[in-house]
Write a protein that binds this ligand. Sequence first.
Ligand code: NAD
Length: 252
Amino acid sequence: MAQLDGKKAIVTGAASGIGRAITQAFAREGASVLAVDLATEGVAQTATDLVDEGHDVSHQIADVADPQAVDEIMKTAVARHGRIDALVCAAGIPGKGCNILDMTLEEWERMLRVNLTSLFLCGQAAARHMVTTGGGSIINVTSQLSEVTSRDFAHYSVAKAGGAMLTKGMAFDLARKGVRVNAIGPGPTETGMTQYLGEDKREERERLLQRVPMGRWAQPDEIAGAAVYLASDAASFTTGTTIFVDGGFLTV
Ligand SMILES: NC(=O)c1ccc[n+]([C@@H]2O[C@H](COP(=O)([O-])OP(=O)(O)OC[C@H]3O[C@@H](n4cnc5c(N)ncnc54)[C@H](O)[C@@H]3O)[C@@H](O)[C@H]2O)c1
């Protein structure tokens, strides 16, 4: 039996990178998945490829930072699958790297809205369904930068640290209602988000890799295994925690 046989899941950020890899892993482990993203072509491609493999995957185009759009996501998921067993919030933005002296209020607020408020909106909306159907698993994709920061990324680190604490707070509030809430903190991973560190930024890439004891980037499917575990019944006593999948980044 596959690890997620019969589970009904929503994955945001499913057009690319980590969200796409989690959608693929969930579908291949037997889950029915509603794949969500703003990027129209990418999310359709994620779903089409998996349907062609014989899996039950559909997609929805939505902005996870918009409360109305989040309501629509939940309505679609419940109409299509009858319940929500797992929600993975992988949608996110890197934002513009910027020294704190120059950071605009607009950029600060955009970062918090997309990378933190969206977790509140999606998590709360999914949890309201989950508590009526016996429970579920909510998984927030945060970052190793919830624990430490990086030059010019104070806003990103604050959003990710907020995501880690929101995970704990939601886990506490929902612990006796059957809903588990956890986070995954990826380290540097080869995705659309890190493409800006291309060949022309070799020095920056090298500097980042020096902080990773394993000395390499993660591939998105190396992050997906933690999500499969957290959504599965094997994680039945795991709540309020972050699993870091970071090649050892936080050991130093
Ligand atoms: N790549 C890394 O090195 C790394 C490291 C740590 C954490 N993360 C986190 O992992 C998550 C996934 O990032 P990724 O690296 O796969 O990036 P990615 O750019 O490949 O994927 C992010 C996806 O989120 C979508 N998205 C952005 N804003 C959205 C919105 N408002 N509504 C709906 N969809 C939206 C994008 O369209 C994109 O498809 C993010 O939360 C990111 O912060 C990434």
